[in-house]
Ligand binder design. Structure first.
Ligand code: SAM
Length: 211
């Protein structure tokens, strides 16, 4: 009986995975993660057709490709990742750096292409399997991105960052609330049920006092 229940559970989990993975394959995206961005954007309008977008932690490239498909012919999608993109880079609107976002030289190159209307980050740290350690690494990554986002964003711009839930996500939302008009936390349905990732969203960057 209990075996039946458990196989029913894993069966439905598998079909949920299949739904997003098959759809991604059919639509030409390298990863099912694209549907998290689709949901985030339809809920919060993080970017529109005319937005200039910076995608941090862009590989293999589903979010980048989605942004390229959803923005106008004269838009810009800049991306950075430690790994290379697997999508075609044959689009004049795409600027990609293979490297670490926290490297100052890379930041200067990204800044030179900015500022951006939207900064989106699906960046994830190397995981250890230890939830506390992984959540701590994710917190540091997200806090680092929030610290630099102001440099990259236009006033009125929007920020979305993936984080691993570990109890400190409210602190990150608090950091966002200081520099954005609105700060939210939202877990898209497309996140795997067993995953402890979620997303924090800052809308309407207030701008720096020095400007
Ligand atoms: C979940 S994947 C992103 C998936 C991507 N959004 C997509 O839809 O194809 C997370 C990525 O974050 C990248 N990453 C983690 N730390 C980074 C850093 N400091 N600088 C740049 N990329 C980083 C990893 O290399 C990894 O490719």
């Amino acid at each position: 009986m209990s075996r039946q229940r458990s196989s029913k559970r894993s069966g439905s989990k598998r079909s949920e995975l299949d739904h997003y993975s098959l759809r991604a394959k059919k639509e030409g995206y390298p990863a099912r993660s694209v549907y998290k961005l689709e949901e985030l954007n339809s809920k919060f309008r993080i970017f529109n057709r005319n937005s200039r977008i910076l995608d941090i932690g862009a590989a293999p490239g589903s979010w980048t490709l989605y942004c390229l498909r959803k923005t106008a012919k004269d838009s810009l999608v800049a991306g950075i990742d430690l790994k290379d993109l697997t999508i075609s880079k044959n689009d004049a609107r795409l600027f990609f750096i293979k490297g670490d976002f926290f490297d100052e030289k890379n930041q200067s190159e990204l800044l030179a292409k900015g500022p951006y209307d939207a900064v989106i980050s699906d960046a994830a740290p190397a995981t250890t399997g230890n939830r506390t350690v992984d959540a701590g690494r994710s917190f540091s990554l997200a806090a680092g991105i929030i610290g630099i986002a102001g440099l990259m964003l236009v006033p009125g711009g929007n920020l979305t960052i993936k984080i691993f839930q570990g109890g400190d996500e409210k602190e990150l939302v608090g950091m966002l609330a200081e520099i954005f008009e609105t700060a939210k936390i939202f877990k898209p349905k497309a996140c795997r049920r067993e995953s402890f990732e979620t997303y924090i969203v800052g809308l309407n960057y207030k701008g720096s006092d020095e400007e």
